[in-house]
Design a protein around this ligand. Sequence first.
Ligand SMILES: O=P(O)(O)OP(=O)(O)OP(=O)(O)OC[C@H]1O[C@@H](n2cnc3c(O)ncnc32)[C@H](O)[C@@H]1O
Ligand SMILES: [Mg+2]
Length: 201
Amino acid sequence: MPRMNEEILIATKNEGKLKEFKNIFEKKGIKAKSLKDISSAINVVENGLTFEENARLKAEGYARNVGIPVLADDSGLQIDALNGRPGIFSARYAGDHNDAANNAKVLSELGGIPNEKRTANFHTTIVVRKPDGAELIANGDLKGRILSVPRGENGFGYDPLFFIDGRNKTLAEMTTDEKNEISHRALAIQDLLNQFDAFWK
Ligand SMILES: O=P(O)(O)OP(=O)(O)OP(=O)(O)OC[C@H]1O[C@@H](n2cnc3c(O)ncnc32)[C@H](O)[C@@H]1O
Ligand SMILES: [Mg+2]
């Protein structure tokens, strides 16, 4: 039997995120399992009011079921001129999980708003939860501006609209490696790593 603290479940359906997290934990000698490795299929309703509440709902729901520590995260785009929307509703802002429709809705809501007022922020919160309820919480943010016309083919979600002044590019015009140097998720993972060893022992 492995000791409890040698395994972690990564509670995401997103393959890209899973790969990133697996890589990190394998370097620490911790086996990262995915939702495909567990038999107990549970349906967590993400009805929290914040990114942290949603990440916790996922982590808590699975931790209770599988008996090993669980990592869950929640991310989204917060646009200042839209009072922080789409925020926790980023994945399904236009109804379904459809990136093109979500981007079109954001552009239409921002119609007529000038460049300097189109500031925005990508946010990630990660919650790692042990079966005894102990929690690690990590956060990351990336500031940018929402363009009026999408640019670039890489990435996913709102990347073609999210312009980084310091790089003179949208996230969709960056390579995966370049995005992973600066992204909200990368910064949240860094914050997680800074706290991890003390939490895990
Ligand atoms: O809950 P899981 O299964 O992990 O997957 P998800 O698609 O809900 O993923 P997130 O909570 O991380 O993100 C919610 C939405 O926010 C947007 N988003 C998050 N991170 C993004 C990024 O790096 N680039 C572009 N859009 C992003 C995108 O529309 C996502 O569907
Ligand atoms: Mg989500």
